[in-house]
Ligand binder design. Structure first.
Ligand code: A2H
Length: 253
């Protein structure tokens, strides 16, 4: 962890009822996968959520109404940031593995897909954020390659019990134009750098470096109520809107 605290936006991706399998124990609750992001303005382009298959998660009581599925580490941090039913003490209702989350149908803020699914990503770090990541393959090279891996490798889908209909219908959504990179910056960069898979760490770091700053400084929104505006101007506005409507919360670590 760095010396400076990092402030994330946690996006509340609601698990659609009826619950099945282990989640039946949470019947009647408002249950969310809570994904840590630094790019709240990209939420228009979500196509799925990511979980680490072997990762350890829990369902934590955040307040009277909401339950977040996240890592224990982030639940403890949240408990010290006023997001726990019992102050400074996380209450875990149910232990879950990433495997238990794969295929969960979710409704997530701003995306044009009414339902998206939780899918496996093998490079998720459990000591960063909540261990849940939201996927915007148009603008995140990591998300683009992880989704391409699943789309192009039936054996990978089979290995993790991923149904075709959770993956194949989900096309990239153009949400931000960057003059040098076009309307799907992550795809262009991954193709240009000839990135082979989600495990191609060095090239992905380079792809992220190339797109991240440019997206912020030179990007223009292609969708939503701020269509045509600069990313640098609307990022805080979109974030504030999601916080005020209860679709997201602030999280620091
Ligand atoms: B970002 P930083 Cl469109 N493991 O959100 C791996 N990656 C994680 C994670 C974890 N435990 N928790 C969060 N992340 C991802 C959107 C996005 C992101 C876009 C473009 C770039 C981008 C959609 N995914 O991040 O190490 C999340 O993905 C590029 C850095 O704290 C989060 O923001 O700088 C970002 O990494 C946080 O990474």
């Amino acid at each position: 962890e760095g010396v400076q605290p990092q402030e994330y936006t946690l996006i509340k991706m609601q698990v659609k009822a009826p619950f099945t399998g282990k989640l039946t124990a949470l019947e009647g609750r408002n249950v969310y996968l809570a994904a840590a992001t630094l790019r709240p303005e990209t939420m228009y382009g979500q196509t799925n959520a990511w979980v680490l298959p072997d990762g350890q998660y829990g369902a934590y009581e955040i307040n009277e109404k909401d339950v977040f599925i996240i890592t224990e580490r982030s639940a403890l941090n949240l408990a010290y940031q006023n997001f726990s039913k019992v102050p400074e003490k996380p209450t875990c209702l149910l232990q879950l593995k990433g495997h238990d989350l794969i295929g969960l149908p979710l409704s997530s803020p701003l995306t044009s897909h009414p339902i998206i699914y939780a899918l496996p990503m093998l490079t998720i770090l459990t000591d960063k954020g909540t261990g849940i990541v939201t996927s915007v393959p148009s603008d995140s090279p990591d998300d683009y390659m992880a989704l391409l891996d699943l789309k192009s490798k039936p054996a990978l889908r089979e290995k993790f019990g991923v149904k075709d209909e959770w993956v194949l219908p989900f096309e990239l959504i153009p949400i931000i134009n960057i003059p040098e990179f076009g309307d799907k910056a992550a795809e262009k960069t991954c193709i240009d750098l000839k990135i082979k898979s989600q495990n191609d760490k060095e090239k992905l770091a380079e792809a992220k470096r190339l797109t991240y700053l440019k997206g912020f400084t030179e990007g223009t929104m292609l969708v939503g109520e701020h269509k045509g505006a600069k990313v640098s101007q609307v990022k805080p506005v979109i974030r504030k809107m999601m916080l005020e409507t209860g679709q997201a919360v602030v999280y620091s670590e």
